[in-house]
Design a protein around this ligand. Structure first.
Ligand code: PAF
Length: 306
């Protein structure tokens, strides 16, 4: 394991990326006529777990240079208490990132990213950002898109290079919005979605899981169970029973369901699937409060092969 180099300013990050890509280009991958070197960016808010590890692994497998960022973005928190209690574990994060083979880590201060305080101009997440999570967390996705736009700019290679950025499929709405932002606003980065990582009990990895005690963690497993039941119905050509999946979650006393729907994976528009076998790829997505924690989860649904 090698310890990644930590950069605190956008200028230092850009220089380090240029040096690392130049070294790769000089080392053979980007010589005259050869393929351009590649950069993989993994934006995170720290408190890293196996879900983040999967992002870095995917970036490491496909790119010459891997950069992870660790920045708890105040703009995307709806209440200051949640921001305050968000776990900050930079030392352990650096260990995981070194172990996963990240080359560089960008860990800026808030003043570096927002030197004049909260920005007056932000990326507006539009209608797609107002549904589902957006309804429960107004402004959240504007904050996410604004910081992701900044991070994509900071890490933008200054020499010819392939540029990819990695995000978890667990935050399905965030991923859909980032794809739209990159497409609508002509960002150069290619966005790569990485599948959800689950514990042995099926619960999706999340930085917030540390706040679940044993009883709440057990209760929370009803969420993946309900999603997997729908996935089985889809795969085997049975009619999708969303109402039964909802009832199953609602029967768990420690779980308070915010939403549970079957949607188009790109637009997150609800699909009318009631009582029908699934005819096209879809996404089942939900959010619930379990004790002190709000959890989100989702699972792709594939129709039965003909
Ligand atoms: O998914 C996250 O951890 C954050 O929303 C992101 C993309 C790093 C932006 O702060």
């Amino acid at each position: 394991m090698s310890t990644p180099r930590v950069l605190r300013t956008a200028a230092a990050l850009s220089e380090a990326i240029t040096d690392a890509l130049t070294a790769k280009a000089d080392g053979g991958t980007g010589g005259a006529g050869g393929p351009a070197p590649s950069l993989g960016l993994v934006p995170t808010m720290g408190a890293l777990h196996q879900g983040h590890r999967a992002l870095v692994d995917a970036a490491r497998a496909a790119n010459d240079v891997v950069v992870a960022s660790v920045f708890v973005n105040p703009l995307q928190f709806n209440d200051s208490e949640d921001l305050h209690r968000y776990p900050r574990t930079l030392e352990a994060d650096l260990e995981l990132l070194g172990d996963a083979g990240a080359d560089l880590v960008f860990a800026p201060s808030e003043a570096e990213v927002y030197p004049d305080g909260p920005p007056l101009v932000r990326i507006h997440s539009g209608e797609l950002g107002s549904r589902y999570e957006g309804r429960f967390r107004p402004g959240h996705f504007d904050g996410v898109l604004t910081v992701v736009a900044k991070l994509l700019h900071y890490a933008q290679p200054t020499l010819p290079a392939r540029y990819r950025a990695y995000f978890g499929q667990k935050d399905a709405q965030q991923l859909a919005l980032i794809r739209r932002m990159v497409m609508d606003l002509d960002f150069r980065a290619e966005i790569v979605g990485v599948p959800v990582v689950r514990g042995t009990d099926g619960l999706a990895e999340s930085s917030r899981n540390v706040f679940l005690d044993a009883e709440h963690r057990r209760a929370a497993t009803v969420l993946p169970q309900a999603l997997f039941a729908l996935q089985d119905q889809a795969r085997t050509g049975l009619p999708l029973d969303l109402a039964a999946a909802v009832a199953r979650v609602q029967a768990e006393p420690h779980v308070d369901l915010d939403y549970f729907d079957i949607v188009d994976p790109q637009t997150l528009q609800p699909l009318a699937t009631d009582g029908q076998p699934l005819r096209r790829p879809a996404l089942a997505l939900l959010a619930a409060r379990v004790g002190p924690v709000r959890l989100i989860d989702n699972l792709p649904l594939e129709p039965a092969a003909d």
